[in-house]
Write a protein that binds this ligand. Sequence first.
Ligand code: HEM
Length: 200
Amino acid sequence: MHGLLRRPGSWLFVAGCLPLLRLILLGVWGGLGADPVEFVAHSTGTWALIGLLLTLAVTPLRRLTGRSGLVRHRRMLGLFAFFYACLHALTYFWLDQSFDPRAIARDILERPFITAGFTAFVLLVPLAATSTRAAMRRLGRRWQLLHRLIYPAAVLGVLHFLWLVKKDLTEPLVYAGVLGLLLVVRLRWTQRLLARVREE
Ligand code: HEM
């Protein structure tokens, strides 16, 4: 096998591009349904949220499996989450609101689910902007503090989904459950760590 294909990172990159490829192919073949804008908003929003949850799952999975190499893929997962969030936001700003600043501002101020989605997106921007090794080195300990913004971003992403769904809450509740589990695991580890520090 070619050296590049043997790297798990390459497969992850290909997997991350698949939702976009699917949208392009469906667009070309006219398979985006009766409301293409809604279809694209739903798909990109879902993949942004799944990307965030996968990014948050890396550390717990690394601890459970002992595979320290998993951490190498965290940045790519986070950047894919941001990439789909950008496509999602662009779909709304462009195709839904035709870049009308007044209509967008009114929507952000008046519709709680848009407020939550917009805030989640804004929180993701500094994370993506400081995802390079150079930024990591430059910011030192502050990098970790800054990257904790992923928690409120994910919580707001789930709230955004819960708020916009009118009838069947099953799907957003599944995401809420996964996020809740990931947060509880983190909290338990932090508590244990603090207890150990106090004992010493
Ligand atoms: C500028 C920021 C954002 C805006 C304006 C926005 C707006 C929207 C709109 C208009 C919809 C479709 C509502 C409908 O037609 O039913 C939607 C759906 C959704 N958004 Fe966002 N959003 C934003 C950011 C985000 C972010 C950052 C995430 C993820 C973390 C996200 C996750 C979702 C999800 C999961 C859905 C529902 C998908 C589905 O129905 O299957 N959104 N958003």
